[in-house]
Design a protein around this ligand. Structure first.
Ligand SMILES: Nc1ncnc2c1ncn2[C@@H]1O[C@H](COP(=O)(O)OP(=O)(O)O)[C@@H](O)[C@H]1O
Ligand SMILES: [Mg+2]
Length: 255
């Protein structure tokens, strides 16, 4: 084996075997491998076991730490990222205003943004995976699942109790808006997991503060998605009625 390969493989103790290491080295660039290695060295996880999901923007792995706890590790892709789309959600957010205009630095800011948003959701009591650490384009968080099996999305496994579904979603949206002034900006049945009847909001990198110039249109889009979904589940809900229900929670959730 070439010296260079040997060194790279020694950075990949978090991948279970040599054939998986070969694939990993093909898929990820050197800096990404170093970031995963750094987080593993700090003990956030020991092995990346397998891929749970591969999307346009990121791979999500199930990982395990030394004592057997499961983790989810989300690795954002550098090369195939939609630069224009990401910039839109970063530039107007006062927490991130100035980010260097390279693909890499944008993806790093994106990862940090997801970490911060997840933490904020925790602070205000909206159920989301607890973020544990991030480095560059790699985020480690709580694994949402049972006995190692990742929870399905609401899309695949709807809540049986539609009234609970309705009230939980109103609660989530109102808490985000009033307690944190945060707009998820991509909420739908695809980005909510159903953990045995408990709803868990995921995929939060694009969430922006309400002071973002486009916040209002992002919020309207979220409301449209959720009201369409609730209507499909048989509830008599319109965009306007959902908006009213959320507004009615303002006094309860005001900061
Ligand atoms: N913390 C987690 N625990 C378990 N599964 C997760 C977790 N985060 C993401 N997933 C799984 O990975 C999929 C993709 O994650 P998501 O954050 O929505 O990224 P994207 O949609 O940008 O690819 C989710 O639909 C879910 O199946
Ligand atoms: Mg998603």
């Amino acid at each position: 084996m070439k010296e260079e390969k040997k060194e790279e493989f020694s950075l990949m103790k978090f991948v279970p075997d040599d054939s998986a290491r070969k694939i990993f080295a093909k898929v990820f660039d050197r800096q990404t491998i170093e970031s995963v290695h750094a987080l593993a060295s700090k003990g956030y996880f020991d092995v990346l076991e397998f891929v749970i999901s591969t999307g346009k923007e990121a791979h999500v792995f199930r990982a395990r730490d030394r004592t057997g706890n499961f983790r989810a590790v989300k690795i954002y892709k550098i090369e195939t990222t939609d630069f224009k789309r990401m910039s839109q959600y970063i530039e107007g957010d006062v927490r991130f205003g100035r980010v260097k205009k390279t693909r890499r630095s944008l993806v790093y800011a994106w990862t940090k943004k997801e970490f911060k948003n997840l933490l904020l959701l925790h602070k205000i009591g909206v159920r989301a995976p607890l973020p544990l650490a991030f480095q560059n384009n790699v985020l480690v968080m709580e694994f949402v699942g049972k006995k190692g099996e990742a929870s399905p999305r609401l899309k695949e496994k709807p809540l049986e109790d539609v009234e609970k579904l309705h009230s939980t979603l109103v609660d989530f949206l109102a808490k985000m808006l009033f307690k944190a002034e945060l707009i998820h900006s991509d909420i739908s049945e695809y980005n909510i997991l159903n953990k045995n009847g408990e709803l868990v909001v995921i995929d939060c990198a694009q969430a922006v503060l309400n002071s973002h110039p486009e916040a209002k249109s992002f919020f309207e889009r979220d409301i449209t998605n959720i009201s369409n979904y609730l209507r499909k589940k048989g509830l008599k809900i319109t965009k306007e009625s959902l908006m009213d229900e959320i507004k009615a929670k303002k006094a309860l959730f005001k900061k």
